[in-house]
Design a protein around this ligand. Structure first.
Ligand SMILES: Cc1cc2nc3c(=O)[nH]c(=O)nc-3n(C[C@H](O)[C@H](O)[C@H](O)COP(=O)(O)O)c2cc1C
Length: 200
């Protein structure tokens, strides 16, 4: 039985275009893999707090030095990481907001990047520990950026996921959603057309 983790990063929760595409993929995946377990983490419905010095101090604290508040921060981060560790397939709904990733996703990334848990330092550099997973990223944008230098989102998300060991990933783009109704329809259709093949 495989486990699929769907992460929605849209401020519109499951109504965002990126979340809807991710959900369409999950439906198709479920059809092809009837015994799969689906877990949904919606970053709008349950926001991850921004990382601050106090929370980061909890990450690097020694067990015997931890306050109750720091233990809570660690337990929360552990829960997010455990969800990832248990997942064989990760599906991310990724909107572009103001040329970058949603701050909700950045906060989530900041809570799952933990030395010794999701990556470790070695003499030859950092090594990701979340290996053996496949990722599908549904990127929704108002404009057209894929393949251009303005698309810093793709490199950032790819680099971050690779850093924690998730390097087998595919981006599916739904672009031009704010240009015109026709452009929106064709942008969504192009992304949807890939779903069945990818989920099989
Ligand atoms: C606050 C905000 C900022 C946005 N900034 C951009 C942007 O920089 N570039 C772009 O192409 N589209 C931008 N858009 C359009 C979104 O990328 C588009 O609406 C997309 O569908 C968002 O994904 P979602 O529907 O899953 O939330 C922005 C939308 C919002 C609400």
């Amino acid at each position: 039985m495989s486990t699929l983790l769907q992460i929605n990063a849209s401020i519109h929760a499951d109504q965002g275009q990126s979340s809807r595409l991710a959900s369409r993929f999950v439906e198709a995946f479920r059809r092809h893999h009837a015994d799969s377990r689906i877990v949904v983490r919606d970053l709008a419905s349950e926001a991850v707090p921004h990382l601050n010095a106090e929370r980061f101090a909890a990450f690097v604290s020694k067990p015997h030095e931890r306050s109750a508040a720091q233990s809570d921060v660690l337990a929360y981060s552990d829960t997010l990481i455990a969800e990832l560790k248990q997942a064989d397939v990760i599906v991310l709904g990724l909107p572009m907001y103001n040329f970058g990733v949603p701050s909700q996703l950045k906060a989530y990334f900041d809570h799952i990047a933990r030395a010794g848990e999701t990556f470790r330092y070695t003499a030859s550099g950092p090594v990701g520990l979340l290996t053996g997973k496949r990722g599908y990223i549904f990127a929704a944008r108002g404009g057209l950026y894929a393949g251009t230098s303005l698309d810093t989102q793709t490199t950032y998300v790819r680099d971050f996921l690779r850093f924690v060991g998730i390097d087998d990933i595919e981006f599916i783009y739904a672009e031009g959603l704010a240009i015109s109704p026709e452009s929106k329809a064709s942008g969504l259709a192009k992304a949807e057309a890939q779903i069945e093949r990818l989920a099989a």
